[in-house]
Design a protein around this ligand. Structure first.
Ligand code: ZN
Length: 431
């Protein structure tokens, strides 16, 4: 069969910018004509679709936030009549109303192409067998992995989450080559494969983590236990179709993102001005061809930085770094802003610890904040070194975060495993 490519046709920055300008003009006009919400916002900002002449005009457009989506529940940002809408998805949002996003047939088609591009970026072939162990349902994870897999032409195994015995049986019987799952689920599966001594009887080469960021230590551990060659983190959000907004290539030098489908701005969350190149800021999305619920300067709260220069793979698709956290995940200890990803990254550089950890925050009797980090000892590690290890981590934490924390080393597998997202931060403070 002829190999079909899902990579973009542009080769240069100029070609990309021409595509983006065309998409931006279309999106603003489409949103203005089709959505009373956008029309009102644009009128308030004094911008007409015809005012968009260059990409620099993007900064004249007003922002959209998650609160805007929740306020318009159940049909936020809808810009086409219902007879053109073929599907809805909702985010698993834990607080307040769910974010509901609608899709036209073309939106679903575009999403399939975007996700198929992820598999191509990860250098899969049509011979690959992708075991999809994420949730199916109203959220976007399972259906996204599957849609992209079938569009790409690999074999989808829609296993869904949970049921470890069945998952292990599938790995062995179907000779799964690619796992699509949360990092927590992958660790659970990998440890089970290890426990049952099945590593030589399975054929997993690649793991694509969705819905949850993995730490480097966790990714390395999973690869080692499964005998896999590559681990990828798939970014995405329901507001921008779902998972599959980009992927790192096999060189793992950051995430190539699909700049022909959306414009990504990295802005200072306080001033809403662009951060200097290479600095961390909030990811703000403007879609270029999304019909049913277009996004204009949508503030995602996710934090990352753009990566300058070219990737060794030669792709013209620009890159952003791993998502380092959400501005909402940040917690404050003794006046210092801390992102769980920072602790995560610091721990993954330590020798002698495993991949699992928890952060506990409490108040001391004097009302001061108190932080305890529980970390697992590495498998087969020697408990007699715990004292030295915890002192070393405490020192590093103090140096890098400016906050004193107590570090407790616990037994390997002493912290709970879950098939879904692991909870890392436990705030016991009384306010
Ligand atoms: Zn690359």
């Amino acid at each position: 069969m002829m190999k079909r490519s899902f990579m973009p046709s542009f080769r240069t920055k100029e070609e990309l910018e021409a595509l983006q300008l065309e998409g931006l003009k279309w999106t603003v006009k489409h949103a203005y004509d089709g959505s009373p919400f956008y029309r009102q916002r644009l009128d308030e900002a004094g911008v007409k679709p015809s005012d968009i002449r260059t990409l620099a005009d993007l900064k004249r457009l007003p922002f959209v936030t998650a609160q805007d989506l929740q306020a318009q529940y159940p049909w936020p940002l809808r810009a086409v009549p219902f007879d053109r809408i073929v599907r809805l998805h909702a985010s698993t949002g834990t607080t307040g109303r769910r974010k509901v996003l609608v899709y036209t047939e073309k939106d679903i088609d575009d999403w399939a192409d975007m996700f198929a591009r992820c598999y191509e970026m990860a250098a899969l072939t049509r011979e690959d067998r992708v075991q999809i162990c994420v949730g199916y349902g109203v959220w976007t994870a399972g259906v996204g992995f599957q849609l992209g897999c079938e569009r790409f032409g690999a074999l989808a195994i829609p296993a869904g989450p949970g049921n470890i015995d069945m998952q292990i049986q599938f790995l062995e019987d179907f000779q799964t080559t690619v796992l699509g799952c949360t990092a927590s689920m992958a660790l659970l599966l990998a440890e089970e494969v290890e426990k049952r001594g099945l590593r030589d009887r399975i054929g997993v080469k690649k793991v694509i983590f969705g819905a949850e960021r993995s730490s480097e230590a966790m990714g390395a551990r999973i690869k080692e236990l499964l005998g896999a060659e590559h681990a990828f983190d798939i970014p995405g959000l329901t507001e921008v179709y779902g998972p599959g907004t980009g992927l790192d290539c096999v060189h793992h030098r950051g995430i190539h993102y699909w700049a022909d489908y959306y414009i990504l701005e990295i802005l200072d969350p306080e001033t809403l001005e662009p951060v200097p190149e290479g600095e961390v800021g909030e990811m703000v999305y403007t879609t270029l061809r999304k019909e049913a619920a277009p996004l204009i300067r949508y503030r995602s709260r996710d934090l990352t930085r753009l990566l300058p220069g070219d990737c060794p793979c030669g792709s013209p698709l620009p890159r952003h770094d791993k998502i380092v956290g959400r501005s909402d995940d940040m917690f404050i200890v003794r006046g210092v802003n801390i992102y769980p990803s920072h602790i995560d990254e610091l721990l993954s550089r330590q020798k002698g610890v495993g991949s699992e950890y928890q952060i506990h925050l409490s108040h001391q009797e004097d009302g001061k904040d108190y932080m305890v980090v529980k970390v697992e000892r590495e498998p087969g590690g020697d408990p007699s070194t715990d004292g030295a290890l915890s002192r070393k981590i405490e020192k590093d934490l103090r140096k890098e975060t400016l906050v004193s924390a107590a570090v407790e080393i616990v037994n390997y597998q002493g912290l709970p495993r879950t098939e879904r997202k692991s909870r890392r931060v436990f705030d016991h403070r009384q306010y």
